[in-house]
Design a protein around this ligand. Structure first.
Ligand code: SAM
Ligand code: DTB
Ligand code: SF4
Length: 322
């Protein structure tokens, strides 16, 4: 690697025109460029494996148009209480036994209440003590809440920007983009790693996808992990009938994320259950190097561990060392 490659590759001043130009490249050129960067910064055939658990499901006060857990929509997901710490730890032990490296706990909250955070912190310390990396996604955080989570042993916080700033209001009306950016700042300030990405297939156009990548790649520090979700269409949500996004356009989005954030783990996130192995293989080729494994995301299905093991074997992929 040339000595100055790092400085040249890791930029925070991407223009939308530059990002749009990556999207416009002939597909082979886009993949070549993404692969070149991927191999400069990562072992090319290793995939990071995370397991998700919804520790507090449904009944959320936010109105995110994609989300089955919003109380604003009639979906098949009811509102549950926060799980017991012991039950969460049992799930984490099982995930570890099945090969997970990171355990991510999700809660359908706008923002955690301080009382709930006591239980969450106990879950975080317990999961950490099992030797797993810890991640949580709990909604917005105040500075002291972020600090408490860090002290409890939280490694990563997931908080997505979801889409471009100018399309955000078409998807969510109960908060604004700046709220998300503020929480991301608090997470960084508390010393945790940031997991931040978005969703493709919500009726956004190419410019909005460019705007999402620009927002992510021009953060003060690139997110350590960038989940690119394909919308999972859930009956009862406003986006249940959203038009499917072109598969190659999805792969291009992964490739452009890899090019603009070369050192970040790019996660081929929600939506794999509806994807062929060939499409997933193209995503890995475009620079994706992280997945959720286990048969459930938060409330929707994901490929089984056996199916993923088979796929990884066929593609010569192996789990990344934590
Ligand atoms: N309530 C917290 C929040 O919104 O930050 C944490 C949980 S929330 C379910 C985590 C992320 O899941 C969302 O930011 C969104 O990107 C993703 N998500 C939710 N529903 C989805 C769907 N139907 N398809 C794809 N991604 C989805
Ligand atoms: C992320 O970007 N995707 C995950 C995780 N972060 C928390 C969640 C996907 C949820 C898909 C819909 C569901 O299962 O409820
Ligand atoms: Fe609530 Fe998060 Fe779902 Fe939005 S994405 S409705 S904040 S659980």
């Amino acid at each position: 690697m040339p000595k100055d490659a790092d400085d040249r590759d890791i930029r925070h001043d991407w223009t939308r025109a530059e990002i749009a130009a990556f999207y416009d490249l002939p597909f082979g050129d886009l993949i070549f460029r993404a692969q070149t960067l991927h191999r400069r910064y990562f072992a090319p055939n290793q995939v990071q494996l995370s397991t998700l658990l919804s520790v507090k499901t449904g009944g959320c006060s936010e109105d995110c148009a994609y989300c089955p857990q919003s109380a604003h929509y009639e979906t098949s997901i009811g509102a549950d209480k926060l799980m017991d710490v012991e039950a969460v730890l049992a799930e984490a032990r099982a995930a570890k036994a099945q090969g997970a490296q990171r355990f991510c706990m999700g809660a359908a909250w706008r923002q955690p209440k301080d009382r709930d955070l006591d239980a969450i912190c106990a879950m975080v310390s317990g999961v950490k003590a099992l030797g797993l990396e810890t991640c949580a996604t709990l909604g917005m955080l105040a500075a002291d809440q972020a600090q408490r989570l860090k002290t409890a042993g939280l490694d990563y916080y997931n908080h997505n920007l979801d889409t471009a700033p100018e399309f955000y209001g078409a998807i969510i009306t109960t908060r604004v983009y700046q709220d998300r950016l503020d929480t991301l700042d608090e997470v960084r300030a508390a010393g945790m790693k940031v997991c931040c990405g978005g969703i493709v297939g919500m009726g956004e156009n190419r410019d909005h996808r460019v705007g999402l990548i620009a927002a992510l790649a021009n953060l003060p520090e690139h997110p350590d992990s960038v989940p690119i979700n394909m919308l999972v269409k859930v009956a009862g949500t406003p986006l249940a009938e959203a038009a499917p996004v072109d598969e190659i356009e999805f792969v291009r989005t992964i490739g452009v994320a890899r090019i603009c954030m070369p050192k970040s783990a790019v996660r081929l996130s929600a939506g794999r259950e509806g994807m062929s192995e060939a499409l997933q293989a193209l995503c890995f080729l475009a620079g994706a190097n992280s997945i959720f494994c286990g048969p459930r995301l938060l409330t929707t299905p994901n490929p089984t561990r056996d199916a993923d093991r088979e796929m990884m074997d066929r593609l010569g992929l192996s789990p990344m060392a934590p």
